[in-house]
Ligand binder design. Structure first.
Ligand code: KIV
Length: 264
């Protein structure tokens, strides 16, 4: 049965935790579908892990659409969330609505936007027009130039209160879930208890309703040092390195292809 935004709300009501992972291509989406990962995010993290940028800021709506189409072909029954990249929703309501519609036209079932303030109003407008919205609060990488890098957010009482208020405002605006990134565990726990919609944590401790990781981090493919909150469930980076070396060595030695891998 296809996963919908209502499946996630039901999970929260039943007290069942759920997983979300990012994917950017067809093959990975098929694997995540086979693993019954209910929610797949075509995240703007693709700027870092697929395109090699230092931040997510250069990612465009066309980049997300390109990868969204591939993921949608690989995982038609999962709940697919398309990230609204920097510049796609900050420059006016009409453009934001058009870009969100573009993601749904290209196979996504919902969109994710970072931040609060004007995003709350935008969320209400999108939901009214049939576009489900996932919020994203706390450490919001698209605001790196404002928050001064990748730092845990919501540590002071007033900052924590602002994030709590923003989470409630997004819920009231009709968001179906909120990602909480890089905030203290206690704050995430409080927000999770306060909201009727699910929270999805990344670097926000174990008390959220769901958890999300970037797929390359989760698989152990990421070559750079990873943040404290990441746990790798595989070592595919090392395996890929060894496989590439073994292939090259076989080619040099004339051991590949052998007769069994040849046509007659
Ligand atoms: O782009 C992304 O991968 C994200 C997750 C880290 C939540 O926004």
């Amino acid at each position: 049965m296809p996963v919908t935004i209502h499946s996630l709300l039901d999970c929260k009501r039943r007290g069942e935790r759920f997983a979300m992972l990012t994917a950017y291509d067809y093959t990975t989406a098929r694997i995540l579908a086979a693993a019954e990962i209910p929610v797949i995010l075509v995240g703007d993290s693709l700027g870092n892990v697929v395109l090699g940028y230092g931040t997510t800021l250069p990612v465009t709506i066309d980049d997300i659409v390109h990868h969204a189409r591939a993921v949608a072909r690989g995982a038609p029954n999962q709940l697919l969330v398309g990230d609204m990249p920097f510049g796609s929703f900050q420059c006016g309501t009409d453009l934001a609505l058009r870009n969100a519609a573009l993601l749904l036209e290209n196979g996504m079932h919902s969109v994710k936007m970072e931040g609060a303030g004007f995003v709350v109003e935008l969320t209400a407008m999108m939901v009214e027009r049939g576009i489900p919205v996932m919020g994203h609060l706390g450490l919001t990488p698209q605001s790196t130039n404002v928050i001064g890098g990748f730092r845990v957010q919501g540590k002071s009482e007033s900052a924590a209160q602002r994030i709590r208020d923003a989470a409630c405002a997004l819920q009231d605006a009709g968001a179906f879930a909120v990602v909480l990134e890089g905030i203290p565990r206690d704050l995430a726990q409080t927000i999770t208890a306060e909201l009727e919609i699910p929270t999805i944590g990344i670097g926000a401790g174990p008390d959220c309703d769901g958890q999300v990781l970037v797929i390359t981090d989760m698989l152990g493919l990421t070559q750079d040092p990873m943040p404290k909150f990441v746990r790798s469930y595989g070592d595919l980076g090392t395996q890929a390195l060894e496989a590439a070396r073994a292939f090259a060595a076989d080619v040099r030695a004339g051991a590949f292809p052998d007769d069994a891998h040849s046509y007659h």
